[in-house]
Design a protein around this ligand. Structure first.
Ligand code: BDR
Ligand code: CA
Length: 329
């Protein structure tokens, strides 16, 4: 095998984050330097505990988990921009409670602990500044941690191989009419990262709404009869119910596993069928707060700053994810 790719994950675990972490751990192509947690789908104590639970489930106590930022950079300072935490929960017509992200993942409480005496911002700076080879960042939550670290020590960018983010929407949104969730939570952090100068690949909703699991996959994972299979089946099942109830997509009974697409893209870029080098800025404040604004003019002269993934080979995504997770059968 070629040399392993050194990666840092940045997560707000989170059901789809959990599957992204598992896919990374189960891929020998990656050498995981650490996992940073952040406020997003849930408050940071929950995203940290959930991340530790997943790492423990996968039998990898050697992977450092580093607790990250508890709030967005500035968004919550402005009362007009409202609370930056959405409800994950809803109720079906028949009265069943559903959720995208339960407060705690249905796994045993972690016995592992986050790295002591540091936080994700300092850890990014220490780790990157001392790195002997460049590191790829896979960031699938709000971008608060890395934005803070980059503001404090811009030199870290010289130690970054590339950045892959689950962020934004070109033609699709999920939090407001303008914004995708990870950008909605911390638009300013997204703006900082998009302008940091690294090679950035963005996985917006246009691509991730085709990164789906379906009811047949719940049965498949359940049939393994082990802890990993049951956990994956539980999470897909919960997401199917949540999407059908609160966020019906272009067809029923699909559950996007947004964050895993970033991992699979690094393993095999052909899972993405349309990618464009573009200029993207972030709207911060106002009616389009959190919008990723793509310059689609043919004559634009602003420097392009991001490779935007616009379509996914849905069958390939499902097959890859199943094949990778099956290593834990
Ligand atoms: C993104 O928001 C979160 O809910 C998911 O984990 C994913 O990272 C999708 O908009
Ligand atoms: Ca996420």
């Amino acid at each position: 095998m070629d040399k392993k790719r050194k990666v840092i994950l940045d997560v707000d675990t989170g059901s789809d984050d959990a599957l992204a972490i598992m896919a990374t751990i189960l891929s020998p192509e990656f050498d995981i330097v650490g996992i940073c947690t952040v406020n997003g789908n849930l408050p940071v104590p929950n995203t940290t505990e959930n991340t530790l639970r997943v790492v423990e489930l996968m039998g990898r106590p050697d992977i450092p988990v580093v607790r990250g930022c508890a709030t967005p950079l500035v968004a919550t300072l402005d009362p007009l921009r409202k609370m930056r935490q959405r409800s994950n929960d809803g109720v079906t017509e028949s009265g069943e409670e559903v959720t995208y992200h339960s407060d705690y993942l249905p796994l045993p409480p972690a016995t592992l602990k986050p790295v002591e005496g540091t936080n994700a911002v300092s850890w990014y700076i220490d780790t990157l500044m001392h790195a002997k080879e460049k590191i790829t960042l896979i960031m699938v939550g709000p971008l608060t941690n890395f934005a803070c670290a980059y503001r404090a020590e811009p030199e870290i960018i010289n130690h970054v191989e590339e950045i892959v983010i689950m962020s934004g929407g070109h033609d699709q949104r999920n939090s407001t009419a303008a914004s995708e969730y990870n950008v909605f939570i911390d638009p300013e952090a997204t703006a900082i990262v998009l302008n940091c100068g690294a090679k950035i690949t963005m996985m917006p909703l246009d691509a991730t709404h085709k990164a789906n699991m379906r009811p047949c996959h719940v049965e498949l994972f359940r049939s393994w009869g082990n802890a990993v299979g049951n956990f994956v089946a539980d999470e897909i099942e919960a997401r199917l119910k949540a999407y059908n109830t609160m966020q019906p997509l272009h067809e029923p009974d699909i559950a996007p596993i947004h964050d895993a697409l970033c991992v699979l893209y690094l393993l095999d870029p052909s899972v993405i069928t349309k990618i464009k080098h573009m200029r993207c800025d972030v709207v911060c404040g106002g009616i389009a707060d959190g919008q990723t604004l793509f310059d689609t003019r043919h004559f634009n002269d602003a420097p392009k700053n991001v490779y935007v993934c616009l379509d996914t080979d849905e069958e390939k995504f499902a097959k890859m994810l199943i094949d990778i997770l099956s290593r834990a059968k």
